[in-house]
Design a binder for this molecule. Structure first.
Ligand code: C2E
Ligand code: CA
Ligand code: CA
Ligand code: CA
Length: 278
């Protein structure tokens, strides 16, 4: 090892080596899991704050690991993003959601909207818009029943490019939303240029609306969204107090553990067909 050039072994440490090793293992097994379809999608209902009805759901992916059980997305999405596996993973999630949308329509819920989280890396794929259009046609899914969520910080990473691809997606007829709003430092001029239908207030602002600063921000985001003709969705709603606050300030939709955690597809279909209300 001593004969190696001075740039080679400088940062060697057993810990780093272990971390790299773990990362590679994770990448290999995630890749296998995508191929073998060990991924499941949970659906968290979204409730209209005025009618109290379920009007849509957010698709949230989980990894059903043969030995380790259910692995939450925070543990593998970052690796999927870093390695590019997010592209085939995202496509798998989209096709599962298309199948669910088709089922919901035959259940008699034609206006139901399901949203899918997209990574900027998927948006930058050259053929993304074309392929999405093909997938919707193949599954005979009405484009307006699919919503795509992209985080504010990912949009602001390359905002000009984002405006461009969002316009193309709008042309397909899908709905668009800005996720985790309030944490990504949007300049207001871009916010106006993004052709989006919804903004989702980041959970952190809602976690305690009784703290004065948080309440003020939540109210400001609702007002901003409405003045740009967007609907505003609150996520991470856990208490009655939060719901009362959101109603008072005219927020449009909410999702959170108060109403329901993400559930399997069949449970969602049951909740919707029973017309479960808040
Ligand atoms: P996100 O898009 O901000 O999703 C909301 C997260 O908050 C979900 O965590 C959801 O289960 C959780 N949550 C919902 N209601 C409550 C509540 O009342 N209280 C609290 N404390 N949490 C609540 P989850 O499912 O672990 O997903 C984490 C993140 O992983 C998501 O954050 C999203 O960024 C990412 N993700 C999930 N599925 C996908 C996917 O298919 N593709 C991509 N690119 N990212 C995904
Ligand atoms: Ca989301
Ligand atoms: Ca979010
Ligand atoms: Ca988030």
């Amino acid at each position: 090892a001593k004969t190696m050039g001075k740039n080679n072994c400088q940062f060697y440490s057993p810990e780093l080596n272990q971390a790299v090793h773990d990362q590679l293992l994770l990448e290999a097994s995630l890749s296998r899991a995508i191929r073998d379809d060990d991924m499941v999608v949970g659906y968290q209902p979204k409730v209209d704050l005025r009618s109290g009805k379920i009007v849509g759901a957010e698709a949230l992916v989980r990894w059903r690991h043969p030995d380790k059980g259910i692995i939450p997305p925070d543990r593998f999405i970052p690796v999927a993003e870093a390695t590019g596996l997010i592209v085939p993973l995202g496509e798998l999630v989209l096709s599962k959601v298309c199948a669910t949308l088709k089922e919901m329509r035959s259940d008699g819920a034609p206006d139901f909207v399901i949203s899918v989280n997209l990574s900027a890396r998927q948006l930058r794929q050259r053929q993304f818009v074309t392929r999405l259009g093909q997938m919707l046609a193949q599954h005979q899914v009405e484009p307006g029943s699919l919503e795509l969520e992209v985080t504010e910080s990912q949009l602001m990473d390359q905002p000009e490019e984002a405006v461009d691809v969002l316009e193309q997606l709008k042309g397909l007829g899908v709905r668009l939303s800005i996720d985790d709003f309030g944490t990504g430092y949007s300049s207001l001029s871009y916010l106006r240029k993004f052709p989006v239908d919804f903004i989702k207030i980041d959970r952190s602002f809602l976690s305690d609306v009784s703290i004065e600063g948080n309440g003020v921000i939540t109210r400001a985001i609702i007002g901003l969204g409405h003045s740009l003709r967007m609907k505003v969705v609150a996520e991470g709603v856990e208490t009655r107090e939060q719901i009362a606050f959101l109603r008072d300030y005219d927020c449009d939709q909410m999702q959170g553990y108060y109403f329901s955690p993400p559930v399997p597809r069949d449970s969602l279909r049951q909740m919707v067909s029973k017309d479960t209300r808040l």
